[in-house]
Design a protein around this ligand. Structure first.
Ligand code: SR1
Ligand code: MG
Length: 401
């Protein structure tokens, strides 16, 4: 009888046995090696390789607690959500996500394409590397995966069934807590701020009631606007890249939520990349990131509009002015979410290396304050961010303050 008929958390040796038993990928005589390579906050990720054939694949298993914090207990069902989202996204946006070879619901693991010829985008950004096609690829990914799952395009009963399939309460709760709630609570035990910025953050974030009200509005937008099947965690650690290719991974936070949650995450993490590059005076990289921020917003708008015209099915969505109203709403959400994502990565749990790797204290203090000034602006004035250049102007203004 198979050992894999009952869930347990696998070690490297188990993963090799699992692959040999369950996946028709390697030759049965292969000599497989396996290494745990995960550096994410939640799961275990193994690379299984065969030197002789030069073939490899990835096995990702969900445990009952988050790696980053044992006090976060989670259903292992997130692995099924992730695999199914990857399969759906692979149909809508072929070539922009890894191939899924197997979903095993008993072991809460999936087996997928190894992308080790790519680099996690955040790691590339930390080396100040440029990815010329990134804006083109990520805007295609977002438009192609998001618009078809809205009520603008998808038949409404089919959409409702999919909403049910992607109910993701625990992972949504993580975002509701970590993104929308804890960073505004001075006393939350998971928050951690550097001592040199403590008083500044108490004044500018914890005591800004107008900011808290806007965060509350955006939190209810996140919880109640089942607009499209979103990725739900689209930061630069969820993207593999090389010069001519971009692959979006890790959609375990997927659910039907506001489209601006994905677009806003992409922009927020480009801003982190910019601030890191600014700290180390990386001129060419800065020019490219600035151009990319502009293109992500402007190309998204153009592609979204074109795709809408070619695929809209809902009669009332064809009313003059409706598309512009709908897109305006997404753009305001984008700015609001970008601001919230920036604040939570500086104040709350799960920080980003773009900022934490800045060793010089004065530079770190400066980088954090620029980010937070910009973030407050993005949230409070979110209705005014309509074009890519609105973001880069606000960024330069925050740097100048
Ligand atoms: C407890 S998980 C912390 C964060 O890691 C994920 O990538 C999400 O961003 C989540 O908020
Ligand atoms: Mg992740």
């Amino acid at each position: 009888m198979s050992r894999f008929n009952q869930y347990f958390l696998m070690k490297e040796k188990d993963v090799v046995d699992f692959v040999l038993e369950k996946v028709d990928f390697f030759d049965s005589k292969s000599h497989l090696t396996c290494a745990e390579i995960g550096d994410g906050n939640l799961n275990y990720v193994y690379r299984v390789s065969d030197k002789q054939s030069d073939k490899s694949l990835i096995v990702k298993q969900a445990g009952h607690t988050a790696r980053i914090s044992e006090d976060i207990t989670l259903s292992t069902n997130r692995n099924k959500i992730e695999s199914n989202a990857l399969i759906i996204h692979g149909k809508y946006a072929p070539g922009l996500v890894p191939k899924v070879y197997l979903l095993d619901e008993v072991m809460s693991c999936c087996v997928m394409e190894d992308l080790s010829d790519h680099l996690i985008l955040r790691e590339g950004f930390l080396k100040h590397e440029i990815y010329p096609l990134f804006a083109e690829h990520i805007t295609s990914y977002m438009v192609k995966t998001l618009l078809p799952t809205t009520d603008v395009v998808m038949e409404h009963k089919q959409k409702k069934l999919l909403v049910k399939e992607f109910i993701n309460p625990e992972l949504c709760e993580i975002s509701e807590d970590l993104v929308y709630t804890e960073p505004f609570n001075n006393y939350h035990h998971r928050n951690e701020i550097i001592v040199e910025n403590k008083d500044w953050i108490i004044r500018e974030i914890y005591h800004d009631n107008e900011l808290h009200l806007e965060a509350a509005k955006l939190k209810f937008e996140f919880m109640n606007h089942a607009q499209a099947l979103i990725h739900g965690d689209l930061h630069t650690g969820s993207i593999f890249a090389k010069k001519d290719s971009t692959k979006v991974i890790d959609p375990e936070f997927a659910f039907f939520g506001p489209i601006g949650y994905d677009t806003g995450n992409v922009v927020a993490h480009l801003i982190f990349a910019y601030i890191n590059g600014d700290t180390y005076h990386k001129g060419e990289f800065l020019d490219w990131v600035e151009k990319t921020i502009i293109e992500v917003i402007d190309l998204f708008k153009v592609k979204f509009s074109q795709e809408w015209d070619g695929s809209v099915t809902e009669l009332l969505a064809k009313e003059t002015g409706f598309k512009e109203w709908y897109l305006d709403h997404i753009l305001a959400d984008t700015a609001g979410v970008a601001g919230l994502e920036i604040i939570r990565r500086i104040v709350g749990l799960a920080k980003v290396k773009d900022i934490t790797s800045i060793e010089d204290t004065d530079s770190r203090v400066r980088a954090e304050r620029i980010c937070l000034i910009l973030a407050k602006n993005l949230i409070k004035r979110r209705n005014e961010f309509k074009a890519g250049s609105d973001y880069t102007e606000a960024l330069h203004q925050a740097i100048g303050e």
